[in-house]
Design a protein around this ligand. Structure first.
Ligand code: GLU
Length: 473
């Protein structure tokens, strides 16, 4: 049997980090099993339409390296699939259920339904629909259907409970006595989530439904629908909720929830993928850094936890710093460029050297500007410690270095230690008395990177020029 999974968001206009994790788990499972993953847009709620939502979603997935396939049963049509374009299919299946007596039209107005609910609430009775419309004859129904707005409801069979298997929680049992005759088709001809979801999962060859825990309570309704259609239900795996550090459900109020916001903040796609992969799954040991390919080979549904996963921003920041250090330099340079607001040439080798140096000192791409500015601007005269530049020992130190570097063009970062020792020997200047003025002169701060690193980025000529700019007379 070929594995088919799907990511099925409603088009909200952004990709929620929880959605990214759901999509990622589906993707990892499909790729690990040689199966297919499809993207299905659940856009049947016309009032919640957002302009360009799908384009934004697709571009976020592109950046994250998650690519979708065509449906195993829809050869040639590469998706994404839109439920709003499949209304005829849902109608056809609902008609079948009505013909078999497993679903029925309901003409009750919302006023009647509200009044009924209130009445039952007051009597502390179940607020389930009272099946008023089941009392009509066939002829009455046919007549009413032509002239009155109506919905189609599933006739929930009498049973006490329903049990289904969930890979994450084993067998799950729900009490079905309280399940209302679920509306399948709305009066505007659009399906409800439950109907469209089940019909599509069946038609699209979905073998495994991997989705957020918030959908767990919908699953008994889905099982009842599969039973009504006579279809085999897929295997379910409900992944745990994402939580704020205070264990409440992850919300905008306590931090960003959109993937796009994290990218704008300077989180690398590789780091975000790695981070969300570990929110609810672990490899069984204490390894934490995984590339997408490693995740594909390590991931298993059985290792998804039941308990909620805390979205820890510090951990994300730490993970990002690991990726900033470890990814190939050309990747980091490309990721950094759009974040640089300083007026610098981002195409030359100096920029590469600067980023290579700075990448181990930042946690976000947005911090590069602050870290690299010293290599692109040099205005030390206004510095609070500028006085040390004019001290006699500093001046002799600068002159000595300009002299040494000018007469010998073979100094390289690796040999500068020898020049530092020579300075000690000949001028008797060492330690703080050497490093503070020298660093202030060529870098712009008394404290900071070591002299060879600064020399490596700026090069001999610029170092000489910076010394000259602070030498008096
Ligand atoms: N449209 C639902 C959502 O927005 C899909 C839930 C499911 O995967 O069944 O998440």
């Amino acid at each position: 049997m070929s594995i088919g999974v799907r990511f099925a968001p409603s088009p909200t206009g952004y990709l929620h980090v929880g959605g990214l994790r759901t999509a990622l788990y589906n993707y990892l499972y499909a790729k690990g099993e040689g199966g297919k993953i499809i993207l299905r847009i659940e856009d049947t709620d016309q009032s919640r339409k957002v302009e360009d939502a799908v384009e934004q979603l697709m571009s976020a997935f592109d950046v994250m390296g998650i690519h979708f396939d065509e449906s195993p049963k829809n050869e040639g049509n590469c998706g994404p699939y839109f439920q709003s374009q499949r209304l005829d299919l849902y109608k056809k299946h609902v008609d079948e259920l009505v013909d078999k007596g497993l679903a029925y039209p309901c003409f009750c107005s919302s006023e009647r339904l509200n009044a009924l609910r209130k009445e039952k609430q007051a009597l502390k009775l179940s607020t389930k629909y009272d099946r008023h419309c089941l009392s009509f004859t066939k002829d009455e129904i046919a007549k009413k259907c032509k002239s009155e707005p109506h919905v189609i409801r599933l006739k929930i069979p009498d049973s006490k409970s329903i049990t289904f298997s969930d890979t994450v929680r084993n067998d799950v049992t729900f009490n079905t006595e309280e399940i209302d005759d679920q509306v399948l088709l709305k009066s505007d001809g659009f399906p409800t989530y439950h109907l469209a979801n089940v019909v599509d999962d069946y038609h699209m060859g979905i073998t495994h439904v991997i989705r957020g825990e918030e959908w767990l309570s919908s699953t008994p309704k889905h099982i009842l629908l599969y039973n009504a259609f006579g279809w085999e239900a897929p295997q379910f795996a409900h992944v745990p909720l994402l939580l704020n550090p205070d264990k409440s459900k992850l919300s905008k109020r306590q931090g960003d929830v959109a993937v796009e916001d994290y990218l704008k903040k300077g989180i690398l796609p590789e780091a975000l993928i790695n981070f969300v992969a570990l929110l609810g799954w672990n490899p069984g040991d204490d390894r934490e850094i995984f590339s997408m390919n490693e995740l594909i080979s390590e991931f298993s549904l059985e290792r998804i936890h039941i308990s909620g996963a805390v979205f820890n921003q510090e951990k994300l920041s730490w993970m990002n710093s690991q990726y900033l250090k470890e990814l190939p330099l050309n990747k980091i340079v490309a990721y950094a460029k759009p974040f640089i607001t300083l007026d610098v040439n981002t195409e030359d080798d100096k920029f590469n050297r600067t980023i290579d140096f700075a990448r181990s000192r930042v946690s976000y791409l947005t911090e590069f500007d602050e870290e690299i500015k010293y290599f692109y601007t040099h205005d030390v005269h206004e510095h609070p410690d500028a006085d040390i530049l004019s001290e006699a020992s500093s001046q002799s130190l600068f002159k000595f270095w300009v002299d040494e570097l000018s007469k010998n063009d073979t100094w390289i970062p690796e040999t500068l230690k020898a020049l530092i020792s020579k300075t000690n020997d000949e001028l008797g200047i060492k330690g703080k008395d050497l490093f503070f003025p020298m660093r202030l002169a060529i870098y712009g701060e008394c404290k900071g990177p070591d002299i060879p690193s600064i020399y490596n980025i700026l090069g001999r000529d610029e170092i000489i020029a910076r010394f000259n700019s602070v030498i008096k007379g």
